[in-house]
Design a protein around this ligand. Structure first.
Ligand SMILES: CC(C)(COP(=O)(O)OP(=O)(O)OC[C@H]1O[C@@H](n2cnc3c(N)ncnc32)[C@H](O)[C@@H]1OP(=O)(O)O)[C@@H](O)C(=O)NCCC(=O)NCCS
Length: 152
């Protein structure tokens, strides 16, 4: 996805709002996952997000999304975010996000999704790394549920 950063997207410094970047990450990730699953989806998790460089009004924001791993009803997508200066073409990576989506039907029931064909060593490495992130995510979710249970 490519979009020009307009003044309405920016803070008083002329930098794109973090929330706008998060929204675009969610959309780009969802598009890649829709193309894989051809189903409805909900976002289950977004891993910690960093903003390495500002993206300024007038720059392009470029988002590249790739499904990295697929499990039974959930899948992970990596979204890399870049800025590109319109006049020079200078490009910088500004964020990299991992999101988990869950495939659901119109009654919000979880549904099975097609497997991912891992063709290259890089594909297999990315999928193995995604397995490790999933384990950490599920552990974090369990810990959060435990804490929320105590707070209630
Ligand atoms: C995400 C959601 C569907 C999970 O439902 P659930 O009944 O708790 O499901 P389960 O614990 O059985 O997990 C279902 C799948 O999601 C995965 N999952 C659920 N929460 C996850 C998390 N925090 N991180 C990673 N994976 C997660 C599980 O690993 C499982 O995957 P698998 O079937 O591929 O093995 C449910 O929590 C939900 O609806 N959350 C709100 C979603 C939402 O409103 N998003 C924002 C708007 S789209």
């Amino acid at each position: 996805m490519v979009q020009v950063v307009l003044p309405n997207d920016a803070n008083p410094l002329g930098y794109i709002l973090g929330g706008t970047v998060m929204h675009l990450i969610d959309i780009a990730g969802a598009i890649a996952c829709h193309r894989h699953t051809r189903s409805l989806l909900v976002t289950a998790a977004v891993d910690g997000l960093q903003f390495l460089h500002p993206i300024k009004v007038g720059d392009l924001i470029i988002l590249k999304a790739r499904v990295t791993a697929v499990w039974s009803t959930s899948l992970e997508v990596e979204v890399a975010v870049f800025s590109e200066e319109t006049l020079t073409g200078r490009r910088q990576m500004t964020s990299r996000a991992y999101l988990t989506f869950v495939a659901v039907d119109r009654d919000s029931r979880r549904i099975a999704i097609p497997g991912l064909i891992l063709e290259t060593d890089a594909d297999r490495r990315r999928s193995a790394e995604a397995d490790a992130r999933r384990a950490a995510r599920l552990a974090a979710r369990e810990a959060l549920e435990g804490r929320l249970g105590q707070d209630c």
